[in-house]
Design a protein around this ligand. Structure first.
Ligand code: MN
Length: 214
């Protein structure tokens, strides 16, 4: 391959010679039993079963727009409410992402996305920093969406951030419909994560930190 031809390889394909970044994590407690299997270099196929329909719909956005193959099976204490199930899926997904991403060599590290859906607009910015941090501002216009308690959005992302070791800034900038607000947040999260995970053609052998590790 000539140097010019190499320069034309998009960043997302630059890691094509590397093995796909995959992980499988099981997490069982007295409150929930969660199994997550993922491929960060997938094509967006998902099999999701949490017992909470709207939550499955949001996890599907992560798979589809993150181009992550994602299997999640969760059996939680839904007779109480969705809290433990949603939080523990966030924790287990975070553990799986951390495991799959490895030493972060050659990746972009930072990612951001704006995603609209009709009247709603959200922005998500992510840094695969190794340090957990969540700033979230979603002025939900409803307390629940199809039986999903909108407060659990925070529990999901806090669980994810704590265990994936990422810095995450989530802002819903506009929105009247709560389903739209949530969907734009999850889609923007997926797009931002995808960008951060993509390989940087100009720095394929570098860990993107002056510390030399992330
Ligand atoms: Mn929808």
């Amino acid at each position: 391959m000539t140097q010019n031809a190499l320069m034309e390889v998009p960043g997302s394909l630059a890691g094509a010679s590397r093995p796909p970044r995959t992980a499988e994590v099981a997490r069982n407690t007295a409150e929930t039993r969660i199994h997550v299997k993922l491929n960060l270099d997938g094509s967006g196929h998902s099999r999701l079963s949490t017992g909470i329909g709207f939550f499955d719909h949001m996890l599907d956005q992560i798979a589809r727009h993150g181009l992550i193959d994602l299997d999640i099976e969760a059996e939680g204490d839904l007779h109480i409410d969705g809290h433990h199930t949603v939080e523990d899926v966030g924790i287990t997904l975070g553990q799986a992402v951390l495991k799959a991403v490895g030493d972060k060599k050659g990746i972009r590290r930072y990612g951001h996305a704006y995603v609209p859906l009709d009247e709603a607009l959200s922005r998500v910015v992510i840094d695969l920093s190794g340090r957990p941090g969540l700033t979230m501002n979603i002025p939900f216009t409803s307390g629940s969406i199809g039986g999903f308690d909108t407060q659990l959005t925070h529990e999901f992302f806090q669980g994810f951030v704590n265990h994936a070791g990422v810095t995450l800034h989530i802002d819903n900038l506009k929105g009247d419909n709560a389903h739209h607000q949530a969907e734009t947040v999850f889609k923007a999260f997926a797009r931002a994560l995808r960008s951060a995970l993509e390989y940087d053609l100009r720095a394929l052998d570098a860990i993107p930190s002056t510390k030399g590790s992330l």
